[in-house]
Design a protein around this ligand. Structure first.
Ligand SMILES: NC(=O)c1ccc[n+]([C@@H]2O[C@H](COP(=O)([O-])OP(=O)(O)OC[C@H]3O[C@@H](n4cnc5c(N)ncnc54)[C@H](O)[C@@H]3O)[C@@H](O)[C@H]2O)c1
Length: 255
């Protein structure tokens, strides 16, 4: 799928990995709909990028909200050719606290935003892609979700986060199989440790220590390195039904 001249919806596009995708896609000639709950971040990025970028205030867990963001993409730019699911939260909580089992709230919220939200965006975005005109090779769209290395080596306290990302990994192939007859490819990227506001919440020594755990290069990933892989996923028609780790050979320890 060409990037230039086509339209992409990026959930969580207001910050971090999603914002890097928005910037790289627009720099390569695409239109981008930034679908994020953070109005300030989304509006400011859209204003900075000008006409090819639009902000849609979106909660990925809300059906109407996601439907409206997809409609905005179709009405403004005449169609949708790809969706990148980056909206997510990372909450660490062990199963048991000092008072016994922790409340179900954190687990349920993490699954709701990371997994149900991803599925919800895919649902509406794929419907819009199916309405599109196929390329000469029959391609109508590309869907790239954001998993995490926690899907494979989740740490203590990451039961909810790892479960949400593991499910994103698991649904990639069945979705690719289901959408194949529409010419829509489905992929996921599983990042290791990337330097975004999500990790900025950690104290600097903790960030440094995490960075040193990466075999090579021994540093945090740059958001644009994630965006570069997403762009390759969009452009390489043979990539489908696959989950790609982007982690500098990192394998997370138990804690
Ligand atoms: N940064 C990393 O090291 C890393 C590693 C592995 C996976 N990831 C995953 O990458 C994705 C992006 O993370 P990031 O590091 O860029 O974090 P980030 O906090 O910088 O960006 C996440 C964005 O998602 C938005 N968001 C949160 N809940 C939402 C909702 N309900 N509806 C719409 N938007 C919502 C936030 O407003 C924010 O703009 C997440 O799914 C995260 O789990 C990040």
């Amino acid at each position: 799928m060409n990037i230039s001249g086509n339209t992409f919806l990026i959930s969580g596009g207001g910050s971090g990995l999603g914002a890097a995708c928005v910037r790289r896609l627009v720099a390569n000639g695409a239109n981008a709909v930034i679908a994020d709950v953070n109005r300030t971040a989304g509006e400011s990025l859209a204003a900075e990028l000008g006409a090819p970028a639009r902000f849609a205030l979106t909660d990925v867990t809300d059906e109407i909200s996601v439907r409206d963001a997809v409609t905005l993409a179709e009405r403004t730019f005449g169609g949708l050719h790809g969706s990148i699911q980056c909206a997510g939260i990372a909450v660490a909580e062990k199963v048991h606290g000092k008072e016994g089992p922790n409340a179900l709230t954190t687990f349920a919220k993490t699954i709701q935003i990371n997994l149900v939200g991803t599925y919800n965006v895919i649902r509406y975005a794929s419907a819009a892609m199916m309405r599109g005109v196929p390329t000469n090779s029959g391609e109508r769209g590309v869907i790239v979700s954001t998993a995490s290395v926690a899907a494979f080596d989740g740490q203590i306290g990451q039961a909810a986060y790892a479960a949400s990302k593991g499910a994103i990994v698991s649904m990639t192939l069945p979705l690719a199989r289901e959408f194949a007859r529409h010419g829509i490819r489905v992929l996921a990227v599983a990042p290791g440790l990337f330097d975004t506001p999500l990790l900025a919440a950690l104290p600097e020594p903790a960030r440094q220590s995490l960075a040193q755990q990466v075999p090579f290069p021994p540093r945090l990933g740059r958001p644009d390195e994630f965006a570069a892989l997403v762009c390759h996923c969009i452009e390489n028609e043979m990539l489908n039904g696959e989950v790609i780790r982007l982690d500098g050979a990192l394998r997370m320890a138990a804690k």
